[in-house]
Design a protein. Sequence first.
Lengths: 222, 326
Amino acid sequence: MIAFEHVGKRYGGRFEALADINFRVERGEMLFLTGHSGAGKSSLLRLIMRLERPSRGRVLVAGHDLDRLHISQVPYYRRQIGVVFQDHQLLFDRDIFANVALPLTIQGVEPIDAGRRVRAALDKVGLLHRERALPIELSTGEQQRVGIARAVVNKPALLLADEPTGNLDPQLSADIMRLFEDFNRIGTTVLVASHDLALIARLRHRVLKLRDGRLVGDGEAA
Amino acid sequence: MSERQSTGPSRRGAQKPTRRSSGGGRAWLRHHRAMMSDSALRLVRRPISTLLTMLAIAIALILPAGLWLALDSARLVDAELDESATLTVYFDADVDESRAMSLAAEVGEQSGVAGTRLVTAAEGLAEFQQTLGVEDALSQLDTNPLPASVVVTPDDTDPAAVQSLSQRLQTLDGVDEVRLDLAWLDRLQQLAAVGQRVALALALLFGLGVLLVVGNTVRLAVESRRQEIEVVTLIGATHAFVRRPFLYSGAWYGLGGGVLALVMLIVGGNWLASPVAALAESYGAQFALPSLGTTHSAFLLLFSTLLGWLGAWLAVGRHLADIKPR
């Protein structure tokens, strides 16, 4: 599903954010990406989302060599990936339903079909009863769950999450992680960047560990 | 379409991204309709700033449109003048009435003459009295001081052709003088040509002005929806999708400005109509201010809408490049 081959990323020609990264992720896997802030987690996710291109090496996702992907194809590529952001990135000028429906609107899904799928996604994160609420009326944990519903509403093959539990207390964090495991069980490949080592250790999934832009660990959390 | 969406993760991965992979033309139309009304709603929700923008556009449109109308009316005057671009051939004072008639016939046979009208000495005097209202003074005269004359309508009103016709008529026996008043006609035509260029230059300048007004407004709109643009770009929106609402608001601004300009032109025209008619009346002329008419009104609206759309397109294109998701 994901393959990094000798990937390096430099910013401004000097700062080396990532150096010689190699790993493969099989379809249907669930894994964590850890490291201190500045270790290169965000850079790695940005490469997968094709927000940036590697300075060296190749990134392959879902059969696409991202470096050879034409700029006009990038939007269609991104539709195959669901992304959960640390600050959830909801749009505050529209209700929960419209926020979750956004990826379907972009893809031009029929409204009736879209409504059904939005409700299914909201039901999955336990917020079906709040579909007409505005994001501002929701708690931080609920907002994050709306962000997750939006990320999975078009059934992406790959789900990326960047510090999804960064602002949440341990109980809510555990709930969120359980949601990711649920999606993984139905076949979605899930990659979660997080520095919540205690939580990761409990979940027993593969962990990629970054330090100063290098991959220093790849295996199940000890 | 829905089947395609629900094929699940297993197949999606291998699927090559295709243009408008789901939805096709119907979804595209639906988004157009949605953005058309959504952008209109956004403008309606902020009536004052919307109206101010449209007003700025209207003012920029009115100046060239008004000047064009003025030139158009000058052209009407011009056409009337063309018809009255006649020569007057004065005969020698000793030419009597029967000789005048045969001379008039001779003039009429010259090439380049479309028509003639004989004005006998007596008729000339009567016309003179009527125009100047000096009946009393003239009735004191024992003899008629005016010669007989013939008014010649040339078949070609080109100044050079009229000039050469005048020279030929001058050489006829019994002709005292040929009068033509072409110099001022010439000047008027040159003035009209200058006016047309000024109108064109103004149209270009103010068209640019409309582009800038819309561009600046749309730039602010883009800035205020920066987060939304970042998010939709991250989840796979195409440039066209992101651009669409802004293009529609640009078009709405243009259309609204065009409608305002039309209204202002009509109101202004009515306001000017009666003094202009009175002024024309005092010159013994019939003259009504021209109005734009259906075709030209439609053209103005189309033009302003296109200008608004183009202004938005330029602004969005420039500023979308700046907005890269963090």
